[in-house]
Design a protein around this ligand. Structure first.
Ligand SMILES: *C1O[C@H](CO)[C@@H](O)[C@H](O)[C@H]1NC(C)=O
Ligand SMILES: *[C@@H]1O[C@H](CO)[C@@H](O)[C@H](O)[C@H]1NC(C)=O
Ligand SMILES: *[C@@H]1O[C@H](CO)[C@@H](O)[C@H](O)[C@H]1NC(C)=O
Ligand SMILES: *[C@@H]1O[C@H](CO)[C@@H](O)[C@H](O)[C@H]1NC(C)=O
Ligand SMILES: *[C@@H]1O[C@H](CO)[C@@H](O)[C@H](O)[C@H]1NC(C)=O
Ligand SMILES: *[C@@H]1O[C@H](CO)[C@@H](O)[C@H](O)[C@H]1NC(C)=O
Ligand SMILES: *[C@@H]1O[C@H](CO)[C@@H](O)[C@H](O)[C@H]1NC(C)=O
Ligand SMILES: *[C@@H]1O[C@H](CO)[C@@H](O)[C@H](O)[C@H]1NC(C)=O
Ligand SMILES: *[C@@H]1O[C@H](CO)[C@@H](O)[C@H](O)[C@H]1NC(C)=O
Length: 488
């Protein structure tokens, strides 16, 4: 009987047909010798093979060698279900990414696999309510039910029985009715990694919450793409501020301000707050997060200045404050951020000049200052940054001479690949230098980097145009005062 037909009469069984294929690797081939027809990655395969060896060694139900005619297959499938319900040895079950033939929900008898430590049903076509029987899996350490499925959880109370749970991912399941999701999370003493992205989570209502059984190890938290409009979310999560290392709150904060208490997040390394509707400015206390290596605050409607205290976050390698309404000058203290490889302050209202200290950022590869109101000369030290491949500062009021040949005498190769200083007030002539030969050398060595784009249009550059510019792939010098542009 073809699977599709069989599944119509007994939908629950299909899950276990697939499981069986995983376990035995014998669908449609000789018992014991075939490779699994369902593709799975090597790590998963190892895991599954492990079950096979450890848990099905004596093959109690004859499942691993019973493939023959259709009748036998059906017997085997029913047998596995029987096995699962009465003698549940299974410890690792990964059915992620499987498209079932029809619309199936998670069979409640999975709750009988009481030895299960790992259950992954992410990105399957399963739908419907997640059965509360999963709450019987008291050995479960990893539970992943994320994905584009149409699963929903009305009452997550059962999750709080999974006291061994270390990793929980329920992303993209509709939890709009799960008003006590916080109580549930607070009851998982071993939890390390929690992802509830895009779950329609209701706002936190603080009422007799207890942290008695709460995890002291929660390190990863992702609540992105929900909609929280009160500060109670922060009040709750700051109870985990000693352990949190990775916090993602993208597109989920509405009309809230950033609390000072971020200053207590001493272990936080990774903070992403993209696309939020935040009120007010960045608190000074941010500078206390000295373990932070990655900070992304793009498009958060932030106003006010960038705090001086940013200079304390010396572990930062990635900083993006673009697309806000930040004003005032760039703090001098930025010169301390010498580990930065990526810095984006574009699309704000920053004024004043670019701090000289930028020249200390020896690892900087990407610098974006576009659409601000910066003025003054670009510090010479910037042109000496041997890692800087992309530099964007268009639409500011930067003036003075461009010294972008400086690096050619210091660095082993010319680093810049993209330079855009369009709409500024740079003046003077461009220095004549031997970029041409440098580039020729780089190309002959098949170095991946070479000057790809220079846009210096709409400035006040004059004098004769250096010939090295002819080597540039995309060149825009429009609206300047070069004397010999007609040579082009
Ligand atoms: C967590 O800490 C906050 C203070 O930030 C407090 O108001 C709250 O009651 C604490 N407990 C829980 C369970 O959120
Ligand atoms: C579940 O499987 C998906 C896809 O194979 C994988 O990306 C994810 O990391 C797994 N989840 C866990 C908790 O291991
Ligand atoms: C399994 O869970 C269901 C529903 O949560 C419950 O009624 C049942 O008693 C549980 N079974 C066991 C063996 O714990
Ligand atoms: C989530 O569930 C609620 C309640 O059942 C429903 O009103 C809402 O439309 C659902 N949201 C989505 C995005 O499916
Ligand atoms: C903590 O967990 C224990 C054991 O599961 C339970 O009996 C107790 O009620 C829990 N306490 C709170 C405050 O939730
Ligand atoms: C979030 O909720 C507020 C009301 O609390 C609403 O005005 C806003 O549009 C919502 N945002 C999203 C992205 O759903
Ligand atoms: C934002 O919250 C404040 C109260 O803190 C309220 O007065 C204001 O109307 C809210 N704005 C929006 C757009 O919801
Ligand atoms: C910053 O940290 C210092 C000590 O590390 C502490 O005294 C201070 O209260 C913190 N500031 C904030 C705003 O959290
Ligand atoms: C330059 O930025 C200002 C805002 O700072 C904006 O109004 C203007 O349109 C921008 N000009 C160009 C050419 O992009």
């Amino acid at each position: 009987m073809p699977i599709a037909m069989m599944s119509r009469s007994a939908p629950r069984i299909v899950v276990f047909i697939v499981l069986l294929i995983y376990l035995t690797g014998t669908w449609g081939s000789n018992p014991g010798v075939g490779e699994p027809k369902v593709k799975c990655r090597e790590a998963e395969r190892q895991g599954l093979l492990k079950i096979k060896e450890d848990d099905y060694e004596d093959d109690e139900y004859g499942l691993l060698s019973s493939w023959g005619n259709e009748e036998e297959k059906e017997t085997a499938v029913n047998g596995l279900e029987f096995g699962a319900t009465t003698n549940p040895y299974l410890r690792y079950l990964d059915l992620s990414g499987i498209n079932f033939y029809e619309q199936y929900s998670i069979p409640s008898f999975i709750g009988k696999l009481s030895k299960l430590r790992y259950l992954n049903l992410s990105y399957t076509s399963l739908n419907g309510e997640i059965p509360s029987q999963l709450g019987n899996l008291s050995s479960l350490q990893f539970l992943d039910l994320s994905g584009y499925s149409e699963l929903y959880i009305r009452n997550p109370e059962w999750v709080s029985h999974l006291s061994s749970l270390r990793v929980l991912d329920l992303s993209s399941n509709n939890m709009s009715l799960a008003h006590d999701w916080v109580q549930v999370v607070n009851n998982l003493p071993s939890l390390i990694d929690l992802k509830l992205r895009d779950c329609n989570l209701p706002d936190i209502v603080h009422s007799h919450l207890s942290l008695v059984n709460a995890s002291k190890f929660l390190a990863v938290l992702d609540l992105s793409e929900n909609n929280f409009s009160s500060n109670s979310l922060f009040q709750w999560l700051f109870n985990y501020s000693r352990s949190l290392v990775h916090l993602e709150l993208t597109g989920c904060l509405y009309n809230t301000s950033i609390p000072q208490a971020f200053g207590n997040m001493a272990s936080l390394k990774f903070l992403v707050l993209i696309r939020n509707f935040l009120k007010g400015s960045i608190p000074n206390s941010f500078g206390n997060m000295t373990s932070l290596t990655y900070l992304d605050l793009v498009a958060c409607e932030l106003v006010g200045p960038i705090p001086q205290s940013f200079g304390n976050m010396i572990a930062l390698t990635f900083l993006d404050l673009g697309f806000n309404h930040l004003e005032g000058s760039i703090p001098e203290s930025f010169g301390n951020l010498i580990a930065l490889t990526y810095l984006d302050l574009g699309f704000n209202q920053l004024e004043g000049s670019i701090p000289r200290g930028f020249g200390n950022m020896a690892s900087l590869e990407y610098l974006d200052l576009k659409h601000n109101m910066l003025e003054g000369e670009i510090p010479k030290s910037i042109w000496k940054l041997c890692a800087l491949q992309q530099f964007y500062a268009y639409n500011n009021s930067l003036s003075g001479q461009l010294r972008f040949a400086e690096s050619s005498s210091i660095c082993s190769h010319f680093p810049l690949e993209f330079l855009n200083l369009e709409y500024n007030r740079n003046v003077g002539s461009l220095p004549d230098f031997t970029l041409g030969t440098i580039l020729d050398k780089q190309r002959s060595k098949e170095d991946s980097s070479y000057l790809y784009e220079i846009d210096l249009s709409s400035n006040q550059l004059e004098g004769s145009m250096p010939l090295f510019l002819l080597k540039v792939e995309f060149l825009n010098l429009f609206k300047n005062k070069f004397s010999d542009l007609n040579l082009l």
